[in-house]
Design a protein around this ligand. Structure first.
Ligand code: GLU
Length: 170
């Protein structure tokens, strides 16, 4: 599995997808990409990266800042709703625009405890992954500084992992 992230003044989606193609040899069961352009948008697939490329073209997903992921499922079945990037829409209705977008490789061992605490605060989970816990945790700690929120979130995570995170407002 793998993570790609990129920032540019031009549309970064072809570069992100190319990055995923270079990581394909490592094996994966699903893949996805999220970019910022007047908000966060994403495409996810349980098919090959080539199919993701078709999907981003069809859905006109474009932007200058983005993250992408090939997943090897550890928590939750290989299904589109479990594929990364995962979003946090905040602690209210999940229909609001996404605020945090993130991808993750590895395992969060204390995901059950964190999920219970975030649920109690009103966060709605749409996947069975340990990853989605990180997205909501970062959102819950965000106060205008994404790096500070990620640092505070990471201090609460147990496990071996790598993440890449984007925020709607930065
Ligand atoms: N544990 C995460 C999941 O199951 C990440 C797996 C990976 O490293 O691709 O979604």
């Amino acid at each position: 599995c793998g993570i790609v992230g990129a920032v540019s003044t031009r549309n970064i989606v072809p570069i992100l997808v190319q990055g995923l193609q270079r990581l394909e040899y490592r094996g994966y069961d699903s893949c996805g990409v999220a970019v910022w352009r007047d908000g966060l948008q994403r495409a996810r697939s349980t098919s090959r990266v080539a199919e993701l490329l078709e999907q981003v073209g069809k859905d006109a997903i474009e932007g200058g800042t983005g993250i992408a992921h090939t997943r090897w499922a550890t928590h939750g079945a290989p299904a589109v709703h479990n594929a990364h990037p995962h979003f946090s829409h905040g602690s209210e209705a999940a229909t609001r625009p996404a605020r945090v977008g993130m991808v993750h490789n590895g395992i969060i061992e204390n995901h059950d405890d964190l999920r219970a605490a975030l649920r109690a605060r009103g966060y709605v989970f749409t996947s069975q992954t340990d990853t989605e816990v990180i997205a909501h945790l970062i959102d819950s700690l965000y106060d205008g500084d994404l790096f500070a929120a990620v640092q505070a979130a990471v201090a609460q995570l147990h496990g071996a992992y790598a993440i890449a995170v984007v925020h709607r407002d930065e």
